[in-house]
Design a protein around this ligand. Structure first.
Ligand code: HAM
Length: 403
């Protein structure tokens, strides 16, 4: 399952022209305390190392990315389009969809401030989910804009020191009773609820939806200003993907973080950036819930595990000849297996079927001829061993061996 998920992630990211990279698992704790926000800091797996340094196992990749890009700014042509599949660690209360370690696909575009990058990032998130066999009625990407809320806070005269706290309250409001949110927001409660109930819009978000519509992806996205995101470094468009049934935690989340590289490099490098991450845990749960996605997974796993050829050794005297052939077949890229120890012929054919082999080759009394059996049709023919490779190539055409 994990390999299947990673394969789809890599395939779609490469289709979009993203290049894979990775960073270290261990980072200075300060990298996260600086800008990620209190929620993630509370979830750190951190300790003091033997050199008395404060270090933490990465809870996310974004600060590492910002650090690496700032340090090597001149070496890379912009915009950078990078993806990675880090293992991340968060000291969270373990529950459905949230574990203490998980793998997280990350894709980020660095050095591009235009809305085109935001659209590309959301489109990639949609296409990744589509690649697992999910349809528009299975998931939705909710898109919002933190800048909209920052303008709102400014207009209402809220001091900048309080923005982060209020944004967190708005982010949590969907999961909390209104009265509780209202108490936390005070005078801001009424205008905030008006917006959350659909009053007020954003030209920027309309533009994003229109651009996604052109690509045929509009059914997979919704504008929802209730999405604010917990991480502190987001500065503009933010988005999160959820299952439509609303049963699971977020599948993916991301947004624009135009100031993070500037802050983490103490002003040395300034680059706009946008990206998101998708975890393997919730994704795995949704695959289990959606029949089309489950079927796709099972087919892919079967296709990966199935053998092309099982070699049946009917006479032990022929084992050496069989192994010479097996080596030649494997060298040509066929997936081949055989019994390591003597076994009854019937048992060997049974194993061939269990392993999903498409053909069996029997080495026995007929040598130097061998019996070639098509396990799908049951048809069997005797063939000179020298002609075997050519015959197999035409028989197993659909999975033609490389080279
Ligand atoms: P995040 O929303 O904290 O964003 O995490 C992204 C995704 O990782 C979540 O939607 C979820 O699927 C998965 N995830 C997070 N924590 C856990 C956990 N404890 N167990 C299982 N899955 C989890 C970030 O991490 C940002 N750094 C994303 C980003 C990249 N923003 C810009 N670029």
């Amino acid at each position: 399952m994990r390999n299947y998920i990673f394969d789809r992630w890599r395939e779609v990211a490469r289709n979009y022209g993203f290049v894979e990279w990775d960073g270290p698992v261990l980072e200075p704790t300060a990298l996260y305390t600086k800008k990620s926000g209190p929620e993630i800091v509370a979830q750190l797996f951190n300790f003091t190392d033997k050199g008395e340094r404060e270090v933490a196992m990465r809870p996310e990749l974004t600060p590492t990315l910002a650090r690496v890009v700032a340090a090597h700014d001149r070496e890379f042509k912009k915009p950078l389009k990078w993806f990675s599949i880090p293992q991340c660690f968060r000291y969270e209360k373990q529950q459905r969809g949230r574990l203490r370690e998980h793998f997280q696909f990350n894709a980020d575009i660095i050095g591009e401030a235009s809305l085109g990058a935001d659209v590309e990032s959301i489109a990639l998130c949609v296409d990744l989910l589509r690649s697992f066999g999910f349809a528009a009625n299975d998931f939705v990407v909710r898109v919002s804009d933190r800048e909209f809320w920052i303008d709102f806070l400014r207009t209402h005269g809220v001091a900048e020191e309080s923005w982060q706290e209020i944004l967190q309250v708005i982010d949590k409001s969907e999961r909390e009773p209104r009265e509780k949110t209202a108490t936390k927001l005070g005078a801001l409660a009424e205008p905030t609820f008006k917006i959350l109930d659909g009053e007020g819009g954003s030209g920027k978000l309309d533009e994003i939806v229109a651009a996604l519509k052109v690509r045929g992806l509009a059914d997979f996205v919704e504008v929802d200003l209730g999405i604010v995101r917990g991480l502190a470094y987001y500065s503009g468009v933010v988005f999160e993907a959820f299952d439509r049934a609303g049963k699971l935690r977020a599948l993916a989340g991301g947004g624009r973080y135009d100031n993070l590289i500037h802050h983490l490099s103490d002003g040395a490098v300034s680059l706009p950036a946008i990206g998101f991450a998708m975890g393997d845990v919730v994704l795995g749960e949704l695959i289990g819930e959606i029949p089309a996605a489950k079927e796709k997974l099972e087919k892919a796993i079967a296709a990966q595990q199935n053998l092309d050829i099982y070699v049946v050794i009917a006479k032990e005297e022929r084992r050496a000849d069989a192994l010479a052939q097996i080596q030649a077949l494997r060298d040509r890229g066929w997936r081949v297996d055989y019994p390591l120890t003597p076994a009854k012929v019937g048992k060997q054919f049974q194993t061939a079927e269990q392993l999903g082999a498409r053909a069996a080759i029997l080495f026995g009394d007929e040598w130097p001829q061998v019996a070639l059996k098509d396990l799908a049709t049951g048809k069997q023919e005797l063939i000179e061993c020298d002609l075997l490779l050519a015959r197999l190539k035409s028989m197993l055409r659909e999975t033609a061996a490389p080279g």
